[in-house]
Design a protein around this ligand. Structure first.
Ligand code: V4E
Length: 217
């Protein structure tokens, strides 16, 4: 399982110019994301994000922040850290742990023709559906990827991303992100909204308000 450490930023034509000077465009792709939760928001209120992207299931869950280390720095506060789980039985197990009163027979549900029966068993419904065009860049700095996303609902956002194994060197990941932010000339000291924040604010204000009031967003 890997941990995604990420800092989002707003980009302009100037950022793109800088990026083309200091990095290499490694491709452009388009993908649709469908996010799932219960009507009571049992997953997202726990900061758990279940999605289907390009036919694959992914679950993003929070990691614990080490309060004793440099992770408390201002630069670190601009970054998010999430575990990314892509193994379906493990995803189902994690979701099941949340919905303890709902029992899923993983063996039969994964072999069923309707491979998505587990969703209805756990009362999960799609609450967000959007498509993103993503241009990705790599830098000389090892393991750093920069994505420029354009979502079909009109929001554009960039992200500097480093993947580390669980329990890996978080400090080094944060430093890489900070160096990259400096190279890109990013000056803001506020967290930039992700696509989901903006999508929920516009389409599901009640859900958004709950996540704000519980400090998930
Ligand atoms: C909302 C959210 C999550 C869902 C995914 O959000 P996002 O990072 O916007 O998606 P995307 O497409 O860039 O995913 P990637 O391809 O990088 O995996 S996961 C965590 N959150 C909460 C959250 C937050 N609290 N603050 C910020 C700045 N972003 C996300």
């Amino acid at each position: 399982m890997s941990v995604e450490v990420e800092r989002k930023f707003l980009f302009s034509a100037d950022t793109l110019k800088t990026l083309e000077e200091i990095g290499v465009c490694v491709g452009q792709r388009q993908f649709q994301d469908q996010y799932f939760d219960t009507a009571k928001f049992d997953l997202t209120l726990r900061d758990m994000w279940l999605r289907k992207r390009k036919g694959c299931w992914e679950l993003k869950c929070p990691t614990t922040v080490d309060e004793t280390s440099e992770e408390k720095s201002k630069a670190a506060a601009l970054c998010t850290r999430y575990k990314e789980i892509t193994n379906l039985p493990e995803i189902q197990l994690r979701v099941e742990e949340v919905m303890k009163d709902v029992c899923v027979d993983r063996e039969t549900s994964s072999s069923q023709e309707d491979g998505e029966a587990w969703l209805s068993k756990m009362n999960l419904v799609c609450f967000a559906d959007y498509t993103t065009v993503r241009r990705s860049f790599s830098l000389e700095e090892e393991g750093v990827q920069i994505d420029l996303d354009e979502a079909d609902f009109g929001y554009h956002v960039g992200e500097i991303e480093v993947l580390i194994p669980e329990g890996g060197d978080m400090q080094s990941a944060l430093e890489k992100i900070q160096r990259t932010a400096q190279k890109l000339g990013l000056t803001g000291d506020q967290r930039v909204e992700g696509k989901m924040n903006v999508y929920l604010k516009r389409n599901h204000p009640e859900h958004y308000a709950k996540l704000l009031s519980t400090h998930v967003l």
